[in-house]
Design a protein around this ligand. Sequence first.
Ligand SMILES: C[S@@+](CC[C@H](N)C(=O)[O-])C[C@H]1O[C@@H](n2cnc3c(N)ncnc32)[C@H](O)[C@@H]1O
Length: 248
Amino acid sequence: MEAKRVNIRNLPQKYSYLQAWVYDYLIADHALNLHAYILEYAKLADFLAKQWECSVLDVGCGGGQSAIRLKERYPHLRLTGIDLSTAQIARARQRAHRKGYALQFEVADAQMLPFPEASFDVVFSFGSAKHWPNPLKGIGECWRVLKPGGELLVADATSDATKEEVINFYRISHFPRLFEKLITTILYERLFRLACPMETYYQIAAQLEMPQGTVSHLPSLPVFLFRTQKPQLPGSHQESVVRPNPPR
Ligand SMILES: C[S@@+](CC[C@H](N)C(=O)[O-])C[C@H]1O[C@@H](n2cnc3c(N)ncnc32)[C@H](O)[C@@H]1O
């Protein structure tokens, strides 16, 4: 069974220079408010705080704002971000450099991640999956490079969104209230319609044999969420990724 494909006629896979600029300077900082909300909802923040050596991959990282925010909050993380847009990766590298953080940012396709399997303790992706022509492949790649026992979080728009959910998304992101009516109407009638329905994501989780309950429609938000821990291999004696805190 092939998962339903996104209509990409109006949804660019690769951001043009202008789209990348607009996203980076007008939207990305607002998106951080939504990311913080989702991280708390997904209880990933507690997990990240407890880790000692923890490798984290941000898929479709844009200008690196999310990865850098995580590094500020959890300095022990080893963060890597990938994105298809060279302009965004250049901005991400500059941002990390200005802050003095040794983050790794690479141009790559979510649907063909350039990492061996079981490479990361955490794989997350915010707002990128709707652009992947084959979300089954992209989410499959996130799953492949995640270590057994590692944590997965993939969140993006669903076409099953209601208008109220889109308004809630706009408010949680702290976009200017002045434009709320206009922008939420455009988002609801245009952008969200181009994303995949929840059914596609349920099918993807089933095809990838992810644990029951991995996929949910976030309460009151126009967002799907993949949130699960990758099961340990049967009979494996692998060390759990939850390690003791480092000695002080
Ligand atoms: C809406 S932005 C989200 C950026 C960032 N994750 C955030 O939440 O602020 C979507 C990003 O996904 C990237 N993207 C689209 N298709 C991709 C693909 N196949 N592989 C990697 N990145 C992709 C775009 O270049 C863009 O930077």
